[in-house]
Write a protein that binds this ligand. Structure first.
Ligand code: RB5
Length: 146
């Protein structure tokens, strides 16, 4: 598996933890930073990460900012991106099974009631179910640009 990951200054520690975890799982990681506390704008990191993903060969992308909200909204403005922001293992699993989310976002300043690394694992370990969900995703993606 191959993943691309980027974050703003609001999620430096969580991003480092996630990169370490992905590598421990044997996943090939392209890390785009930032690994510094200096302020960077989350839409810029979202764009950089999606552009890298679009080069091809990636199974999924991970985006992080303080809340995960700004960076996920930014990514979802780009064509073909379905970036989920799950708060639980259940919703992470379901967003792969039903929405075929190709990006997952987290907040470095959020107090999760479940470990975000376990939430990420639930997403990675799930499989898209296809079938009726294909139709719904086609309709979802047809909303782009409207
Ligand atoms: C940056 O201060 C913060 O606004 C950003 O990390 C994120 O939480 C935005 O949604």
């Amino acid at each position: 598996m191959k993943a691309v990951i980027a974050n703003d200054h609001g999620a430096v520690d969580l991003a480092a933890r996630i990169v370490r975890h992905l590598k421990e799982r044997g996943i090939d990681v392209t890390y785009l930073g930032t690994d510094k506390e200096e302020s960077v704008d989350y839409p810029d990191k979202a764009e950089e990460c999606v552009n890298e993903y679009r080069k091809g060969g990636y199974d999924f992308g991970v985006l992080l900012c303080g809340t995960g909200i700004g960076i996920s909204i930014s990514a979802n403005k780009m064509k073909g991106i379905r970036c989920a922001l799950p708060q639980t293992r259940y919703s992470a699993e379901m967003t792969k099974r039903h929405n075929d989310a190709n990006f997952i976002a987290f907040g470095g300043r959020v107090e999760y009631s479940e470990d975000p690394v376990e939430i990420l694992d639930a997403y990675i370990d799930a499989t898209f179910e296809g079938g009726r969900h294909e139709r719904r995703i086609s309709k979802m993606m047809a909303l782009e640009g409207r």
